[in-house]
Design a protein around this ligand. Structure first.
Ligand code: ADP
Length: 403
């Protein structure tokens, strides 16, 4: 038996998928990673890699009816490597929960009241919170004795001042419907802003950072001394930057126009703005690699998509520069931010007067480590800082249960 269990299972339950990682917080080692996809379909797939044993990735394709079956299948895979859910070395299960509203400002040990509050937030997170609750309930049934911790995507942003969190609409209407700017990707913004401070050899409390999380979903945040003061996503992840399939900022009157004059229903407009806009709407592709390839071949639609994407990004860098007043670093992260050198170069181009520049040689280097890509003379550091949301969730969950 282990006196002090140090392992944390991180679960990220989506509507039809479960991503998981088992980490040992004694040394931060990843013991196993995996994914169950297409839950509820005939073609469900489970991919499991037992890193602890150095074993090869195991893939199974067989129907998995629901999240309970998915989690049981995950538990079987883990048990096959001696890492089962019944292990006394497991300290907690950390759940990524997308929407924590205003109430959850920190990771929280899950009780029935906590689940009830996550349920109350379903109207503002209809796609995500139900799946998160299913993941929690299923994990509780498998290990009722184990602490389960909710780590909220919104929590890091709850430090935003009212001036940033409020929409300028009628206050009573906003409050009656919980309409305000919550922000998302919070675990990533928290982790990356801290890692950026570390890269600069400073404490997070000493630096102001603009974090650009550019994945398929994308968001920017302004972080002053370790606390978020503004972020680009709002009531939902639709607001802000141009994303893979989401429009980001748009005149709300576009919606009235499409409903009144375009003959579209609210659901159709919802789908247009969330799934058929952004890069994919502009050029038919949402993968930045493919867009760059098309640009190299002279494709004008791809070039337009890239330009709109970068223009919005640059606007947010400028806006958050003004919000912060003084900026120590701009950090790029997630799939596009970590890999797409042309996006980084274009987003910062022309901002020398603000102390921002990218060194072409450093920008071209590929690495998994946090690194600076600005020239030495630049007043503001520009950094590439790989995000690690699972490690952040495990760290937060473990800190809570081992305190
Ligand atoms: P998610 O938001 O799904 O977590 P990721 O952070 O993994 O997304 O980012 C996925 C996106 O990253 C892809 O859609 C693609 O546009 C981009 N991407 C991944 N690898 C590269 C690369 N080598 N070069 C350019 N873009 C990349």
């Amino acid at each position: 038996m282990t006196a002090n269990p140090t392992r944390v299972l991180v679960l990220n339950s989506g509507s039809s998928s479960v991503k998981y990682q088992l980490l040992d917080m004694a040394d931060g080692a990843r013991l196993a990673v995996g994914l169950v996809e297409r839950i509820g379909e005939e073609t469900s797939r489970l991919a499991h890699t037992p890193l602890a044993t150095g074993g090869a990735k195991r893939e199974t394709e067989a129907p998995i009816a629901d999240h309970e079956a998915a989690l049981k299948a995950v538990a079987r895979e883990l048990a096959a490597d001696g890492l089962g859910l019944d292990s006394p070395e497991l300290a907690a299960i950390g759940h990524r929960v997308v929407h924590g509203g205003q109430k959850f400002t920190a990771p929280t040990v899950i009780t029935d009241e906590v689940v009830a509050e996550i349920e109350r937030l379903i109207p503002v997170a209809p796609l995500h919170n139900p799946a998160n609750i299913t993941g929690i309930r299923t994990a509780q049934a498998l290990r009722p004795d184990l602490p389960q911790v909710a780590v909220f995507d919104t929590a890091f942003h709850t430090t935003m001042p009212e001036s940033a969190a409020r929409y300028a609409i009628d206050v009573e209407t906003a409050d009656a419907h919980r309409i305000r700017r919550y922000g998302f990707h919070g675990t990533s913004h928290a982790y990356v802003s801290r890692e950026t401070a570390k890269l600069l050899g400073k404490d997070p409390s000493e630096v102001n950072v603009i974090v650009l999380h550019l994945g398929n979903g994308a968001s920017a945040s302004a972080v002053r001394g370790g606390r978020c003061v503004d972020t680009s996503m709002g009531l939902t992840p639709l607001e802000g930057l141009v994303m893979g399939t989401r429009s980001g900022d748009i005149d709300p009157a576009v919606i009235f126009h499409l409903a009144r004059n375009g003959g579209m229903s609210i659901d159709e407009i919802d789908s247009l703005l969330n799934k058929k806009s952004g890069l994919i709407g502009l050029c038919g592709d949402n993968d930045m690699r493919e867009i760059r390839r098309r640009i190299d071949e002279g494709d004008e639609r791809a070039a337009l998509a890239f330009d709109v994407y970068v223009h919005r990004l640059k606007k947010y860098i400028g806006a958050y520069y003004a919000v912060l007043g003084k900026v120590d670093a701009v950090a790029f992260t997630a799939g596009v931010g970590e890999n797409a050198a042309p996006v980084r170069e274009a987003a910062v181009a022309g901002l020398e007067e603000l102390g921002l520049a990218v060194d072409a040689g450093l920008n071209a280097v590929r690495a998994d480590e946090p690194r600076l890509i600005s020239p030495e003379y630049a007043r503001v550091a520009v950094a590439v800082v790989p995000t690690d949301e699972e490690l952040e969730i495990a760290t937060q969950a473990y800190a809570l249960v081992s305190a």
